[in-house]
Design a protein around this ligand. Structure first.
Ligand code: ATP
Ligand code: MG
Length: 571
């Protein structure tokens, strides 16, 4: 059986191309992809799409390889902090690059050699126009560009200048190396693009060795070729760059000519994905950092309580296409909810406590009631819930004058306490000055233990609760969307971007109470707070003595509505 026969049925056009290439025996049946982040920021959910695609394709094809390469050709914006976070995020997502960790900066010498080759072939020249002149002479989409007066500089002189650029003799901007292609090309990328610029900058890996750095378009395609990448998968905006990549690859003697395939980048509603803009949010302190749980970064989502499985599942569901679109962020939330529903233990936590005294329950009585940890997964076992005379319920679950459809507690009403008893409200205690309800007085029916009545009496509402003397105090951080506008990234000017920030994207509750089984809740552990949502223990700020929970996602499934609007079927 050939490799092509054993491969799974292709689920998108890229996998289809790869299956066809395998079948046709191209590249001797090798599949090499790569994920090439620039270490100039943290990875976001858009990168996750690319990671899942590239690593996924390699995993699916027997013997396939995915290189993990840092495109570290721009020393000014790069940082070791970014490199480290990127590696840890890829690992967390569940992908393994083995010994295939690469750095474009490792190819600087080779790339320099390629540039020299092009000079020797009369296909590259040192241009000494300043940046402004160069730009003015580039032309526009309507007008062709103008040849640089340095375009026909003799080859020997080009070599001499280029070497002196390298050795650091000139100031930043004094010269550049340009490819000699066509100043009248309708494709602006082909109008003698810059290959190298002078930059007296410290590089986090090559230190002070280089005074010139290759431009992305030159370095990127050649790094792919050096690594023997067979399929260079990138986003649509590089479609116009492909002729330039092909030009470099065709004009140099190379072992391998990768095939570039473009796909539509992921855009999400209520989310921005540009690293430059995300950096702006961090620097302006609009968020607490790159891993703020409201950020669309992998590390933010991790801290918020999203799981790698949910993110991978989301990436699979959105598919890979050729058309720019904007995915509803509700789909991502749906995937998270779906996963957490299946995997998290249930607990009770009261976010905004209201004191309830059960008058006919013994003063010092305590009993331990059984609460299953998962309604469908018996293997998760159960926990013991202490019940006593004073409990807390959610403030929202009580109304003095309840409207018709309100099925919770109110004067004279009876409700069920989850896993416990029916209780009935018999009185209220109000603060004398403000009239605020500070305590609800109830009676309980001892016959209803476990939550059902032997006389068949029904109640409409079931409330969550905690025993006041047993519950643990916790801080709960309620996160909501970071932006109020569906397309905040559209805003060209940054003032607008900042103005579309959601002022209510975070609410901190300091007085929440959670059931005592959470005493040893470890960092990152995820739970369903019954009737409320999914929460995780904050990885940075939570400790045994002061628990901090992040709301990952609410319980309610708004996706059903969204999917109807989008005409999508719900799985
Ligand atoms: P940004 O525009 O946010 O700075 P970038 O494309 O410059 O992103 P890179 O570090 O160069 O960031 O990206 C690494 C890889 O991730 C590239 O192959 C790129 O195509 C891919 N990628 C980046 N953003 C997205 C996205 N929104 N959807 C899919 N793939 C993406
Ligand atoms: Mg980039």
């Amino acid at each position: 059986m050939s490799k092509a026969d054993s491969a799974p049925a292709p689920t998108n056009f890229i996998r289809q191309i790869i299956a066809e290439d395998l079948k046709a025996g191209k590249n001797n049946g090798r599949i090499v992809t790569r994920f090439p982040p620039e270490p100039n920021g943290y990875l976001h959910i858009g990168h996750a799409k690319s990671i899942c695609l590239n690593f996924g394709i390699a995993e699916e094809n027997y013997g396939g390889i995915c290189n993990f390469r840092f495109d570290d050709t721009n020393p000014v914006k790069e940082d070791v902090e970014y490199t480290e976070s990127i590696m840890s995020d890829v690992k967390w997502l569940g992908f393994n690059w083995g010994d295939r960790l690469m750095y474009a900066s490792d190819y600087f010498e080779q790339l320099y050699g390629f540039a020299v080759q092009l000079i020797k072939k009369g296909k590259a020249y040192v241009c000494s126009l300043d940046a402004e002149k160069t730009k003015a002479m580039r032309g526009t989409l309507q007008e062709s560009g103008t040849d640089s007066p340095f375009r026909d500089r003799p080859m020997e002189e080009n070599l001499n200048f280029f070497e002196r650029m390298r050795s650091g003799e000139f100031q930043d901007g004094a010269h550049v190396l340009r490819a000699k292609i066509d100043m009248s090309s309708p494709n602006l990328n082909m109008r003698d693009p810059v290959m190298y610029r002078i930059k007296h900058a410290h590089h986090h890996r090559t230190k002070d060795e280089w005074h010139i750095y290759p431009m992305y378009d030159f370095a990127h395609c050649l790094s792919d070729s050096i690594e023997g990448v067979t399929h260079s998968i990138c986003t649509l905006e590089y479609e116009d760059h492909r002729p330039l990549y092909d030009w470099f690859l065709d004009n140099l003697e190379l072992q391998s000519h990768p095939r570039q395939i473009e796909f539509a980048r992921l855009n999400l509603t209520f989310t921005i994905m540009s690293k430059r803009k995300l950096l702006k949010l961090v620097q302006s302190k609009a968020v607490a950092g790159w891993d703020d749980p409201r950020m669309p970064t992998i590390s933010g989502m991790k801290r918020r309580g999203y799981t790698p499985e949910a993110i991978r599942n989301f990436c699979e569901r959105i598919g890979v296409g050729k058309k720019e679109s904007r995915v509803d962020v509700a789909l991502l939330e749906f995937c998270v909810r779906e996963e957490l529903n299946r995997t998290t233990p249930r607990v009770m936590g009261v976010l905004r406590p209201l004191r309830v005294v059960i008058e006919n329950y013994p003063e010092d009585g305590v009993e331990y009631l059984d609460g299953p940890c998962h309604p469908e997964d018996a293997a998760m076992g159960s926990r013991k819930l202490p019940f006593s005379r004073v409990i807390y319920i959610e403030q929202d679950d009580f109304l003095e004058e309840p409207p018709k459809k309100f099925f919770r507690l109110g004067p004279g009403r009876e409700v069920r306490l989850r896993y416990a008893y029916y209780i009935k409200c018999v009185d209220l205690v109000k603060e004398s000055k403000t009239g605020k309800i500070i305590e609800v007085r109830c009676t309980y029916d001892p016959e209803t233990k476990g939550g059902s009545s032997p006389d068949g009496r029904k109640v409409k509402g079931t409330l969550h609760w905690v025993s006041a003397s047993h519950a643990l105090n916790a801080e709960v951080r309620l996160y909501d969307r970071l932006f109020t506008r569906e397309n905040p990234g559209n805003e060209k000017d940054e003032k607008n971007l900042m103005e579309s920030l959601n002022p209510d994207s975070m609410e901190i509750l300091k007085d929440s109470m959670v059931e005592p089984s959470l005493l040893d809740a470890p960092p990152e552990k995820k739970y369903q707070f019954e009737r409320i949502g999914y929460f995780c223990v904050d990885s940075k700020d939570s400790s045994k003595d002061s628990l901090v929970f992040n709301r990952t996602v609410t319980l309610r499934d708004t996706w059903a509505k969204v999917s109807r609007n989008l005409g999508l079927a719900q799985k």
